[in-house]
Design a protein around this ligand. Structure first.
Ligand SMILES: NC(=O)c1ccc[n+]([C@@H]2O[C@H](COP(=O)([O-])OP(=O)(O)OC[C@H]3O[C@@H](n4cnc5c(N)ncnc54)[C@H](OP(=O)(O)O)[C@@H]3O)[C@@H](O)[C@H]2O)c1
Length: 264
């Protein structure tokens, strides 16, 4: 399927590893120019930069001006932004329960998982409105619809992110801008499987083996496995494309191997 993304300018947040890196690679493969942000761009992203396929900015997207600086780089280099992928996010398991989650921890979580997307979206919308077109794809989480006390702040922030994206789709739809959300279940990235990731953290609190914790999560999916980052990236690329997804907006897509029991 030809997505028609050749020459498109895409901004991707949280792009050095995991889903964001896979999204960057998928969009580059479709012929898009990607302006990618992470605190430490890292070797895989830098290889795409060296190949002339992407620009990378070392930026903390949890700061007030971080998302705007990324959008400014794209505008300085290309003069427009066609696609925004709000991907950056992080989760810290809360095995000790809600009452021990502090204000600082709530603030950090809401800032990176929700406010970073609010700020990036605010930064790209003016150029999209001028162009009369644009696609915003936001990576939320299955926890947006599966509230979980073990990740209580993350679940609430991701639910708000879906709600926010829907509002944006309503306000800007008549001006040619589409905004959609993806809710992945467990994905095989550092967030779940890396050092200090969800599997390791939960294992440390229960005395279990991290592989067993991950295996249990995989078993919750009807397919019995984690989603691959490239599978999320393919869905992002599909939604980014006006050619194939031109009348899809305000929608939320699960990619979780059937992990969430309800239909959403
Ligand atoms: N993996 C899953 O199971 C899963 C499931 C559902 C939803 N999601 C969502 O998918 C998105 C990507 O997750 P992932 O699994 O790919 O995570 P990951 O493997 O931990 O990668 C996170 C990416 O974001 C960057 N990042 C983190 N904090 C940042 C900050 N303050 N400023 C700039 N960049 C930052 C990281 O680079 P640096 O560390 O260099 O900054 C990295 O490139 C997140 O929104 C996550 O909530 C993931």
């Amino acid at each position: 399927m030809e997505l028609g993304l050749g020459g498109a300018v895409a901004v991707v947040t949280g792009a050095s590893r995991g889903i964001g890196l896979a999204v960057t690679a998928a969009l580059v493969a479709e012929g898009a120019h990607v302006v990618a942000g992470a605190r430490v761009p890292g070797p895989d992203l830098e290889a795409l930069v060296r190949a002339g396929k992407a620009h990378a900015l070392a930026v903390d997207l949890g700061t007030a001006d971080g998302p705007g600086r990324l959008a400014e780089l794209a505008l300085a280099e290309f003069g427009r932004i066609d696609v925004l992928v709000n991907n950056v996010g992080a989760v810290t398991p809360r095995p000790n329960g809600f009452l021990l989650v502090t204000d600082d921890e709530w603030t950090r979580s809401v800032t990176l998982n929700l406010l970073s997307a609010v700020r990036a979206t605010r930064a790209v919308l003016p150029t999209m409105v001028t162009a009369g077109r644009g696609s915003i794809v936001t990576v939320a989480s299955v926890n947006a619809v599966l509230p979980d006390p073990g990740v209580i702040d993350y679940s609430a922030a991701k639910a708000a992110l879906v709600n926010f994206t829907k509002s944006v789709s309503k306000e800007f739809g008549s001006r040619g801008i589409r905004a959609n959300t993806i809710n992945p279940g467990p994905v095989a990235t550092d967030l779940w499987l890396g050092a200090g990731g969800v599997a390791e953290t939960l294992a440390a609190t229960t005395g279990a083996n991290p592989d067993a914790v991950a295996g249990e999560a995989a078993a919750h999916a009807v397919t019995g496995r984690f989603t691959r980052p490239a599978e999320v990236a393919n869905l992002v690329a599909f939604l980014a494309s006006d050619r194939v997804a031109g009348n899809i907006t305000g929608a939320t897509f699960a990619i979780d191997g059937g992990y969430a029991a309800e239909t959403h």
